[in-house]
Write a protein that binds this ligand. Structure first.
Ligand code: MLT
Length: 258
């Protein structure tokens, strides 16, 4: 599938995969902050943004295969640095497990390796049905917004919340349902973590309630040599909410890979 994408900046390629139900616009501050030194490539994953939202359920592996197709289209045969936030992290873990030769560094942000519990999968299915019944992404937006941000952002920085709401509202019911079912059916990737040889940075917002710091610590502990960075004044969208600190952390990691 041909994904829509942003491709900006010189230097080594860094591919950033957005969370659910967002889109590549969430990486604007990374394009601005690290795009003068690195080539930042940010696709809209299938079902999101300007990329196609085919009928039917998706899988996380399919979403990863779309990204590999994009790398091929761009002629990126040399391994890239791959980053993913939350659902984007699930996609990144699928990609690195199945195409390790395409990745030379890994950024796992506000994400986890475990699969959904049966209860979590059932909740997603309920949300998918609500979205289908509404015919728009609204129910997913209302379910997600209160859980995405740190308190300081949610209560005191409406100008940072509004663009994320807009981004989520722009996604179609079909795409949102496809992605919800992809996440609900994703495999447990914890057993793959020991095989990761790429230098890895794990990042999490200190107030992330979706994938809390304790889970990020487990992720970092399971990957040889991985480091955990906890981003202050941030929830589940750490690189968006506190881009000044997150970009400094990202640059330090990327510069270390040069
Ligand atoms: C995301 O931000 O991508 C989602 O919160 C991930 C999830 O619901 O598991």
């Amino acid at each position: 599938m041909r994904l829509a994408y942003t491709d900006e900046g010189p230097g080594p390629a860094v591919v950033l995969l957005h969370g659910f139900p967002l889109g590549r616009e969430m990486w604007k501050e990374q394009v601005a902050g690290i795009g003068s030194m690195y080539r930042v490539i940010a696709p809209d994953l299938r079902g999101h943004g300007d990329s196609p939202a085919p009928e039917g359920d998706y899988t996380i592996d399919e979403m990863a295969d779309d990204v590999v197709e994009l790398l091929d289209t761009l002629g990126l045969d040399d391994p890239i640095v791959l980053g993913g936030l939350s659902m984007g992290g699930y996609v990144a873990l699928s990609l690195v497990a199945r195409y390790p030769e395409r990745v030379r560094g890994l950024l796992l942000m506000d994400t986890r390796a475990a699969a959904d519990s049966p209860e979590a999968a059932e909740k997603r299915e309920e949300l998918a049905r609500a979205v289908l019944a509404a015919g728009h992404s609204g129910p997913a937006v209302e379910a997600m917004i209160p859980r995405l941000f740190a308190r300081v952002t949610l209560e005191g920085r409406p100008e940072r919340v509004a663009p994320i709401r807009e981004l989520m509202e722009s996604n179609t019911a079909r795409g949102v349902v496809g992605a919800l079912r992809a996440m609900a059916s994703r495999p447990d990737r914890r057993a793959d973590l020991a095989a990761i040889r790429q230098p890895t940075l794990v990042m999490v917002g200190e107030e992330d309630v979706v994938t809390p710091p304790a889970e990020a610590q487990d992720l970092a502990d399971a990957i040889a040599g991985a480091r955990l960075e906890v981003i202050p004044a941030a929830g589940h969208l750490a690189p968006y909410e506190n881009h000044a600190v997150a970009n400094a952390v990202l640059l330090r990691f990327l510069d270390g890979l040069r």
